[in-house]
Design a protein around this ligand. Structure first.
Ligand SMILES: Cc1ncc(C[n+]2csc(CCOP(=O)(O)OP(=O)(O)O)c2C)c(N)n1
Ligand SMILES: [Mg+2]
Length: 299
């Protein structure tokens, strides 16, 4: 397991090259650097249509020094399954297949292929980077958009349904490893990727990834917003394996609800919650408490 003292097997810059096509403050290259530190060039990234397809850059250029397979929107898990099976048949065990898909590509359109691949327990790591809307096409609502958040396809006062909890759905699939993570805690993400790397079968990581453009905050605050989600208890970091849920280090202080920051601190930094009413904030608070109750139940 990773400790700050142990050397990284790869330098982060080895894989993510300067000159990607991300917006300022984008969480995607932040996470890719961590992926690069864990897998180096020994990964095959399977990316469906999403912002990340753009961030990689246009052919024949690439901002990633690893194999990237660009695939149709709904098919990341299916294509990754095929690649994993092919590697297995050829006896290649030191190359990791990583499906890297957005919330739209995972919680909505890719849900069927994801569920199928998980049920067949293919040897892949599936990462849902969750910027909580369809950002690449102009901030449309997804089922992972949180309650009360504005998008271009929600009522102006914000989404009227709660966020779909995909990690919970994946736990119900009985796969060997499920984790939540945040780009605000790269060491925690690193440790989770290392664990996922050591497990054979289907691994799922739900990665919270604040988007300055879609969430309407200053790009300098990406990490601050990511951390506030954890500090307010709105995003809970955990791992689930061997039938048990383990709350991760950065979330542990917030098991005690009194130590959590008020959720308003998280909401007020983001223009997408500008029209939220006190009643809706109360509704979010209830939702957060219910999530914690569930997490504690499984741990
Ligand atoms: C079948 C299909 N429908 C719609 C699109 C258009 N499209 C491309 S990217 C995208 C949004 C992806 O959203 P998400 O998966 O959340 O990733 P993000 O852009 O937020 O990174 C959409 C709707 C498409 N490429 N294929
Ligand atoms: Mg998205």
């Amino acid at each position: 397991m990773y400790s700050r003292k142990s050397p990284l097997p790869y330098k982060m810059r080895d894989v993510v090259l300067p000159g990607d096509a991300a917006c300022p403050g984008c969480p995607i290259p932040i996470a890719w650097k961590v992926l690069g530190a864990v897998f180096g060039e020994k990964m095959i990234l399977v990316i469906p249509a999403c912002c990340s397809s753009v961030v990689v850059g246009p052919y024949p250029y690439s901002s990633i020094k690893a194999s990237v397979v660009h695939v149709a929107f709904a098919s990341a898990a299916a294509v990754a399954s095929g690649i994993a099976e092919a590697l297995e048949r050829r006896g290649i065990t030191d190359v990791y297949v990583v499906a890297w898909a957005g919330d739209g590509g995972t919680a909505d359109i890719g849900m069927a292929s994801l569920s199928g691949a998980a049920e067949r327990n293919h040897n892949i790591i599936y990462i849902m980077y969750d910027n909580e809307a369809y950002m690449n096409t102009g901030i449309q609502r997804s089922s992972a958009t949180p309650y009360g958040a504005w998008t271009t396809t929600t009522p102006i006062i914000g989404k009227t349904e709660h966020k779909k909890d995909v990690a919970k759905i994946m736990i119900a699939h009985g796969i060997p490893y499920v984790a939540t993570a945040s780009i605000g805690y790269p060491h925690d993400l690193y440790a989770k990727l290392e664990r996922a790397k050591s497990i054979h079968g289907f691994k799922f990581i739900h990665l919270h990834a604040p988007c300055p453009v879609g969430w309407r905050f200053d790009p300098r605050y990406t990490i601050k917003v990511a951390k506030l989600a954890v500090e307010t208890g709105m995003w809970i970091l955990y791992e689930y394996y061997d039938g048990k849920l383990r709350i991760s280090g950065p979330s542990k202080p917030f098991i005690d609800s009194k130590r959590r920051k008020p959720i308003e601190e998280y909401l007020k930094l983001q223009g997408r919650f500008r029209k939220i009413t006190p009643e809706k904030v109360e509704e979010i608070r209830k939702y957060v408490d219910e999530n914690w109750r569930w997490v504690k139940l499984l741990s």
